[in-house]
Design a protein around this ligand. Sequence first.
Ligand code: ATP
Ligand code: MG
Ligand code: MG
Ligand code: MG
Length: 565
Amino acid sequence: MRLSKFHLATVKEVPADAEIVSHQLMLRAGMIRKLAAGLYTWSPLGLRVLRKVEAVVREEMNRAGAIEVLMPAVQPRELWEETGRWEKFGGQLLKMKDRKEAWYCFGPTHEEVVTDFARAELHSYKQLPLNFYQIQTKFRDEIRPRFGVMRAREFLMKDAYSFHLSAECLEREYWNMYNAYTRIFTRLELKFRPVQADAGAIGGSVTHEFHVLAESGEDAIAFSDGSDYAANVEKAEAMAPATGRTAPAAALERVATPTQRSIDEVSGFLGVAAAGCLKTILVRGNDGLVALCVRGDHEINEIKASKLAELPGEPVLADEAEIVKALGCKPGFIGPVGLPDSIPVIVDRDAAVLADFVCGGNQDGSHYRGANWLRDARLSRVEDLRKVVDGDASPDGKGQIRLARGIEVGHVFQLGTKYAEALNASVIDQSGKSQVLAMGCYGIGVSRIVAAAIEQNFDAAGIVWPEPMAPWRVVLCLINPKNDTNVAAVADALYADLQARGVDVALDDRGLRAGGMFADMELIGIPHRVVVSERGVAAGTFEYRARRDSESRQLSRDEVLALFA
Ligand code: ATP
Ligand code: MG
Ligand code: MG
Ligand code: MG
C-alpha cells in the first residue's frame, strides 16, 4: 500500500472522553470514528487490523472443523417467542417493527436462528456432529457502552454452534473449541487465561471464558498460584460454599474496616462515580447512613444527600428488606446485621475503578457473604478483593487464590438440549427414534480483541501491534525524495521486491518530514520500519528499526530482505 493513496488520519491530542489507553490510541491512530453511542465506523486503517484478527479466527475455526455460514442479523419475534427470550433477554435486545407492523430484533446472538436452521436441515444422526460458525455484526443495547469498541452496542462477533446426538460428543467438541480458542489467542500473541465461568441465565452447565489480562478489564478473575485452577469471580464464589469456607469474626472485622465510609466519603465517592450512576440506594447502617448502592433495576424512593441530588439517576433510601429485594440476595447479606459498624459500599459496576464490594454477616460470623457477593465483587477494585480473598485457599486445595482483571474475549458453553428442546430440533438416531439435539455455543469478540490487544501492547509513542494483527508488517519510510530522485526509485524497487515476496508492506510516500512520519508509524504501531534516505542510498544501506527496539541499525538490502524471508 502506498500511503499517499491511502487514508491515514492521526491525531496528536489525547481525546478527552476516552478513559482507557486502547480507546485513546484507536482514536489517535484514526482507526475508528464514533457515529453515536456504541456505534463506530472502522476507518481503512482500523479495518485492516480487524480483518487480520478475523482471518486468524476464521483459519483456526476452519482448522478445527467448523463450517462457515452467514445468518441474518435481523430476526423475527416469533422465533424468540419460542424460546421465551423475546421477553427474558431484557433491555439489550433491540426491537423494531417493519412496515406491516411485524416485530423483529437485531440479533444480539444467534441460538434461535441457528437452531431454526438446524431443525430444517438436520434429519439424521448420520449428518452429525456439525459445527456452524459465522463472523457477523451483533447489536446489544448495552446500558453503558464505553471504552470505544471494547463495549460497543454494534460489534463483530464470531459465533459458532455445534449439534450432537450425545452429551459425550458435545463434550468432545467443547474441548476441541477450547483448544481452537487457545490457538487463536496464542497466535494473536495475547496474554490470556481461560477461566471457569458461571452458566448463569444462558443455561447449560460447563462453560469457560477466555480473558485477556489487563488492569482496565471489567471482570475480576480468581486463579490459583499453585495449580491450573482459574475462574471468574462469580464461579469462584459459587464454588466456595462447597469447600466449607467460613469467615472467622476476625476476618469480618478485617473485611469490614476498609469499606466503612462516612456519609461524606460516600457522597464524595458519588461525585466521581456519577458518570456511571443509574440509580442509587443508601443503606441505613448501625452508625448512620453509610452505604451506597448503584443499580439500574429497582424502585426509586427518596433523595437524601444533597450531592446525590445532582446525579443523573435518582438515589434511594432503602431499608434492608428493600435492598434484599433489589439485589435478589439473602437477608442478612446486606445491612446492619451483626457487624457493629461495617456497612459496605457498592458502586456501579461500570465505575469499576471506584468500586468497593458488598459484604454482610450473621451474628456469629458464619456467613459473611451471600451467593451474590461475587456478582457484585465484579465491582471491586482488585486491591479490595485481595483483602477479602487473601488466605482463602484455592477450591482445588492447591495453592492460594490470586486475583487479576480481565477482558472477556471469548466464551464457550455446553448448552445441552435447552434450545433444541424449545425449538423442537431433533434427528432420527441409530435405532430410528427421534432424539433432541445437544448443542454447544462458542463466541469470540472479534472487534473487542483489537482493543484488548492494545491494552497489552503500547508505549509512550503509541500502539505496538503483535505482528499477526498489525495493519502492515513493515513500512518503508521515504525521506526527502525530491532532493534525489534515485531515492524514490530505490524505495519503489524495494517495495516491489517485498511485495513480490508476499510481505505485507506499506510505502510511506506522503512526503512528510522524517519526524512526523516516524511519529505516525509509531503511533499506528507498525512492527518494522525501514528508512530509505539520500544518505542511506549513497552508502548502500537502509536504516532499520523494530517497533520495540530503542536503537536503529544500518542494514544492506539483502539483510532487509532476509528479515522478512
Ligand atoms: P460481557 O460480559 O463483556 O458483557 P458477554 O458475556 O455478554 O460479554 P457473550 O454473550 O459471551 O458476551 O458473547 C461472546 C463474546 O462477544 C464475548 O466474550 C465478548 O468478547 C464479545 N462481546 C460481548 N458483548 C460485547 C460488546 N458490547 N462489545 C464488544 N464485544 C462484546
Ligand atoms: Mg454482556
Ligand atoms: Mg460475560
Ligand atoms: Mg460471556
